[in-house]
Design a protein around this ligand. Sequence first.
Ligand SMILES: *[C@@H]1O[C@H](CO)[C@@H](O)[C@H](O)[C@H]1NC(C)=O
Ligand SMILES: *[C@@H]1O[C@H](CO)[C@@H](O)[C@H](O)[C@H]1NC(C)=O
Ligand SMILES: *[C@@H]1O[C@H](CO)[C@@H](O)[C@H](O)[C@H]1NC(C)=O
Ligand SMILES: *[C@@H]1O[C@H](CO)[C@@H](O)[C@H](O)[C@H]1NC(C)=O
Length: 581
Amino acid sequence: MFLSDVGCEVLASMLTAVIGWLSESRIMLFSLKKAVLASSWAAFLVAGKAHGHLGSKPNFIFIITDDQDLHLNSLNYQPAVQRHFAQQGTFFSKHYCTIAICCPSRVSLLTGRAAHNTNVTDVSAPYGGYTKFISEGWNEKYLPVWLQDEGYNTYYTGKLMNGHSTTTYNDPFAKGWTANDFFLDPNTYIYYNVTMQKDQDVPVTYPGEYSTDLAAERSLGFLDDAISKDAPFFIGVAPIGPHAETISGSFNPPVPAKRHKDLFPGLKVPRTENFNPDVSSGASWISQLAQQNQTVVDYNDEFYRARIQSLQAVDDLIESIISRLEKDPLVYENTYLIYTTDNGYHIGQHRLAPGKTCPIEEDYNVPFFIRGPGIGKGKVVSLPTSHTDIVPTLFTLAGIPLQAEFDGEPMPVTAEQLQDTGHRSEHVNLEFWGDSIPEGGYGGSSSKNNTYKSVRVIAQSYDLAYTVWCNNDHEIYDMKSDPGQMNNLHGSAGEVYGWDIEKLTARIDGLLLTLKACKGAVCTRPWAKLHPRGDVLSLSDAMKPAFDDFYVEQQLKVTFTACKEGYLAEFEGALEPVAYD
Ligand SMILES: *[C@@H]1O[C@H](CO)[C@@H](O)[C@H](O)[C@H]1NC(C)=O
Ligand SMILES: *[C@@H]1O[C@H](CO)[C@@H](O)[C@H](O)[C@H]1NC(C)=O
Ligand SMILES: *[C@@H]1O[C@H](CO)[C@@H](O)[C@H](O)[C@H]1NC(C)=O
Ligand SMILES: *[C@@H]1O[C@H](CO)[C@@H](O)[C@H](O)[C@H]1NC(C)=O
């Protein structure tokens, strides 16, 4: 039962009895084994003051780290995440960002739109950054603005997005925040000299103070303010860890808090099958990379260790938020907490320098935890979900009607919602434009044509990854037998899951063609666009031999005519699929 329901019932009983405890409501409360709740309720009665959070919309605390991997096991070194999220909440093991770079991913997350619909596709102008967010009009229509319209107080501390800087922050101010203390460029990624910008004040730089600790302190201040007010709240907390320390375009290992600088001696990047392999892998420029020598591998291991160290302050931040919430059990019980990151990260897989941006599982499959009223504890959900689903999910939890323009759909997060997930789709659309940005001391030049379209198809009995690059290289992997993406099946004869590879590729290409420029419901129900009769709902339905000719011969293909730095539709071949008769 949700706390809000309890609150309403208690309130109703209170009205009946005028004052004091009804034995019935007492039993009801204790039957929930929440004695602590009862004492807060008693305190409420004594104070005789209406508590705004009781029976109202739920609160949200949204913690988003920067560049945190799932596949390099960073979560294994975060006991606070394990204790307060994995054990107390639900983990979505197949949660994806849809564009593997900070600013576009954050804008997509905050608007509920795919990057091809925000057209904020890069970290800086002309194709991205804060100024593009403004010029595309998203400052008027994104999460905090919508939540304020619904009566929420909204708070944010940490990094909002790239290009939000000491010169752009007030031109105009980011809208929708009751209070904020943002990290601003160019010092966003300087752990011990961050520049912050509170409300509409001028920016202040904090030499010698640790940025993640500053974000933790601001979150607690916001929490005090939010709890003292008579309205539901949203607090966004966006520390920089474990992003590289970035000064004037050079990406160095992250700097941990001084108290953590000696932890995890000898820790190394997990030596998975795709780590610095003897045989090159991947496609396009990735397949050209040379194997890393020991000097580079050692450097990358240290880089990895610094990332894990930098995450320890994030763990401290989580502990302090939870401790503060524990002092207000009624608020705590009506608050959803989410832990995620903007995009994933790789170090050494496929011989890659540290970084993100690539169409590989490490860069897209990211941590996502949620806990709160009605959410299962210690549960793992393996349905595919993505960052475009987050706003629809929050809206649903808050009882706000969904917008037709959302490109995602609510994630089934509560035990109740998870009882009926049969209707959910099985794909995630991934996209990228522009350069890959190698990080660290041995990254080399950054001019790599890294524009591509990609799709993941994940069902109980199959799991596939498909990519078309702007040089028209193709990749298709069976992610069940080859999770490291070492064996590109594209163009090979033979079968996977009992399906002919060529015929299978034709279906997935048709799916990708439908998704690459989709809007709204087409993004969540692409097969309905390909098969308007409604008889195909999944890849396995589309594999029927009756559709061989339609997909192999008649369907248009995903192609590029050049590699461009942004979303220039005229270089992206067909934008719409042909529908089956
Ligand atoms: C901190 O950043 C400010 C603003 O960019 C700069 O002027 C100052 O020299 C930096 N301080 C240190 C200790 O690096
Ligand atoms: C290892 O590779 C790096 C990057 O290519 C190069 O700079 C360095 O000289 C190499 N070191 C050795 C010992 O070969
Ligand atoms: C990137 O793509 C462009 C346009 O397709 C091409 O002219 C250029 O040579 C490519 N650059 C590299 C480094 O491959
Ligand atoms: C995206 O933005 C760029 C830069 O402003 C523009 O040139 C391009 O046409 C836009 N793409 C679409 C599909 O609107």
